[in-house]
Design a protein around this ligand. Structure first.
Ligand code: SAJ
Length: 417
């Protein structure tokens, strides 16, 4: 079987590398972070994922997978590097660019390159042109059926953090070849470990489909957040409204919350607008609305304090949840962190933080003054306000009697649903 090189050993790259090597295929992992490479080779995981540890200990993984700090010559190159967002809301493709440059140096006739990182429409074709310039000795695919020395496809990852391994195996995959032969070759690779359908198309459609999935979710969440604001003004329980509306067979309103976190839903809609600059459009309005929600929560806290005739610097608050969503330890772009940082600025007397999932808490906030990491009971006992920010299942077990005399702000419908 062909050798595979996975470039970028993060939340998607590492699980993919382990899965492929579990099929007795040699996998050369590559990451620019030397510390990460070492810790992976020592079998130390840097994030929690169901089933990842088990896979790490598998015999075939031990035998077939190794991480390196340089790209090792292989037959198939899979690029799973981050594509962060710049301040001007466009995609930073530096890591993708670097990966293509490095691959170009060792590219051989018969190689297949697969890009999985989330990218603006047209990125795969853009890098195809760059490859052509860098390696004039090789032939590259065109839009026809002809053969070429190199094959290239865009195959977006679609996994849900927290359930990565299961979703890598079971989810359907979009295989966007630059030519149909490229799609066929890429499909063969995914058939090695994917049980879902592998549907072939071209690279631009695959790029846009990925961005559309996440923009759909962002717009739907923005709609839920907008409804929540309207419901609050009318003193209505939004959770009951949404539950009832969703009884309609073709309605599926998402849930409001304290804002949208993570590295995907809050970023990808901007990539969709990369070549479509128009100040007034649905996608950017939804994005901006979701970005404004953490400040809306702060306003709600201030109003409730004022209504109780209390002074802000006398208030003790218990914040439930630090991760960007339920049941995970991931705090990337978490609205909770934004909100707690604002509370620090407001100089509340004490801020109790409860999150049984998040272990590394040092330097997570702009200051640690008045911040106390503690358990539910202690936080509730000592606080005036109970602020629910994440719907971890364990928080649902909180005894309502315990909090009945407190000011409650329940952004996730934990007790009000
Ligand atoms: N959120 C709400 N209301 C909801 C659902 C989510 O406020 O009804 C919030 C969450 O609390 C969180 C944020 O949105 O802060 C994003 O959560 P998420 O579960 O929608 O998405 P991610 O970022 O964890 O993972 C998404 C997934 N996309 C979809 O479910 C469509 C995943 O399948 C993608 O592979 C991943 O983005 C990605 O890499 O693009």
């Amino acid at each position: 079987m062909k050798k595979v090189c996975i470039i970028g050993l993060g939340y998607v790259g590492l699980p993919t590398a382990l899965l492929v090597s579990s099929k007795k295929v040699i996998v050369n992992g590559y990451d620019i972070n030397n510390k990460l490479v070492k810790s992976i080779n020592n079998k130390k995981l840097f994030f929690k994922e169901d089933n990842l540890n088990k896979l790490f200990q598998a015999k075939s993984v031990n035998k077939y997978f190794k991480a390196y700090n340089k790209i090792i010559e292989s037959d198939i190159y899979v690029i799973t590097v981050p594509t962060p967002i710049k301040k001007n809301k466009t995609a930073n493709l530096n890591y993708v660019e670097k990966a293509f440059h490095e691959i170009a140096k060792i590219l051989k006739k018969g190689n297949l390159i697969i890009l999985e990182s989330t990218c603006p429409i047209g990125t795969t074709e853009k890098f195809l042109l760059k490859l052509k310039k860098l390696r004039k000795d090789l032939t590259f695919p065109t839009n026809n059926y002809g053969k070429s020395d190199i094959n290239l496809a865009y195959c977006p990852e679609r996994v849900l953090p927290g359930n990565t391994i299961q979703e890598l195996i079971l989810n359907n995959r979009i295989i966007g070849g630059v030519s149909s032969l490229c799609s066929t070759k890429a499909k063969k690779f995914y058939n090695l470990f994917v049980l879902g359908k592998c549907i072939t198309t071209n690279s631009k459609i695959a790029e846009m489909a990925k961005l559309s999935e996440n923009a759909f979710r962002d717009i739907n969440i923005a709609f839920a957040n907008q409804l929540n604001i309207i419901a609050k003004k009318n003193n209505i329980n939004i959770w009951e409204v949404i539950n009832l509306a969703n009884l309609h067979p073709r309605v599926n309103i998402h849930k409001p919350g304290p804002g949208v976190g993570g590295h995907c839903i809050a970023v990808d809609p901007w990539f969709l607008l990369d070549n479509h600059k128009s100040s007034n459009n649905l996608i950017s309005s939804a994005r901006l609305l979701n970005d404004s929600i953490p400040n809306y929560v702060i306003k709600e806290i201030k109003t409730k304090i004022k209504n109780k005739n209390k002074k802000i610097n006398q208030i003790k608050i218990a914040c439930f949840g630090l991760s960007y969503k339920a049941e995970i330890d991931d705090t990337r772009e978490s609205p909770s962190i934004f909100i707690i940082n604002k509370l620090i600025k407001l100089k509340l007397k004490k801020i109790f933080v409860v999150d049984p999932f998040v272990k590394v808490k040092k330097n997570i906030f702009t200051s640690n003054k008045n911040i106390i990491f503690t358990n539910s009971e202690n936080a509730i006992k000592n606080s005036d306000i109970i602020l629910f920010l994440v719907d971890h299942k364990i928080f649902k077990k909180i005894n309502k009697k315990q909090i009945k005399n407190k000011i409650i702000i329940d952004t996730k419908g934990l007790i009000s649903e």
